[in-house]
Design a protein around this ligand. Structure first.
Ligand code: DC
Length: 232
């Protein structure tokens, strides 16, 4: 019997486009493993912030890299992010952690330190990975590459509502300013800048809600599986 090749799905895009919610949910519905690479940068950012190091002090950040013991333990569509053995899932989502994550992700040494870990997850297949450079750098040969995006205003509105729901409201103007700043950091950095891979499918979801985006991606996963899923 032919053996099924296990699909690797790479989902990139700017913050607030709903990538991780989509990636997690499609992983759950298709029995794939979800790997959150942004959480890895966030954990590095948290470590640096806790040390009291300024987010732009690249030299000090590089110096403490050997001490940063992070692990992502995949668990179906969830996954646990640990920093030096501590589950930091609840602490890496604050606005401060977001800005720190974006700052540390511009340092080539930080990216290099996370590269092997990310590729190892992809090597077995059966994964959905989301980030900024998954389709361009980490697994450029992924069976399915997607770039999910929306306008800054739409993304800010979604994040604003999310923060309000979580009981940690922030003024809309501030949320929008943070998004614009992160977009600039992520897309203008010298190394692995945020951009769609040439052969990725770009989906602008301004007009679509989460469930519609999920359905669109599920359709692509199923079609990809159908076409490429069997070894020749
Ligand atoms: O996806 P996220 O918002 O959790 O990512 C946090 C930060 O990490 C984001 O500002 C950019 C960076 N990042 C990256 O540079 N490359 C990745 N593959 C994932 C995230």
């Amino acid at each position: 019997m032919e053996k099924k090749r296990r699909i690797r799905v790479a989902i990139d895009g700017p913050g607030g486009a709903g990538k991780s919610s989509v990636a997690r949910e499609v992983a759950k519905r298709r029995g794939l493993i979800y790997v959150d690479t942004g959480a890895m940068y966030r954990a590095v950012g948290l470590f640096v912030a806790r040390r009291g190091i300024a987010s732009d002090d690249a030299e000090a950040i590089i110096e403490c890299l050997p001490e940063i013991d992070i692990a992502f333990i995949p668990d179906g569509d969830r996954g646990v992010m640990t920093l030096c053995g501590e589950d930091v899932g609840g602490q890496i989502r604050t606005p401060e952690a977001s800005l720190y994550a974006s700052a540390v992700s511009q340092i080539p040494e930080v990216r290099e330190a996370l590269l092997d870990m990310q590729r190892k997850f992809a090597s077995g297949g059966g994964v959905v990975m989301d980030g900024r450079d998954i389709g361009t750098v980490i697994i450029p040969d992924a069976e399915l590459k997607l770039f999910i995006t929306a306008s800054p205003e739409v993304r800010a509105k979604r994040r604003f509502l999310e923060l309000e729901e979580k009981g940690t409201p922030q003024p809309y103007e501030e949320v929008l300013a943070d998004i614009i700043k992160r977009d600039k950091n992520d897309s203008e950095r010298a190394i692995a800048p945020l951009r769609p891979a040439e052969d990725s499918i770009v989906f602008v979801n301004d007009e679509y809600d989460l469930e519609q985006t999920i359905c669109y991606v599920l359709g692509l996963i199923d079609a990809t599986d159908h076409i490429y899923g069997r070894k020749s």
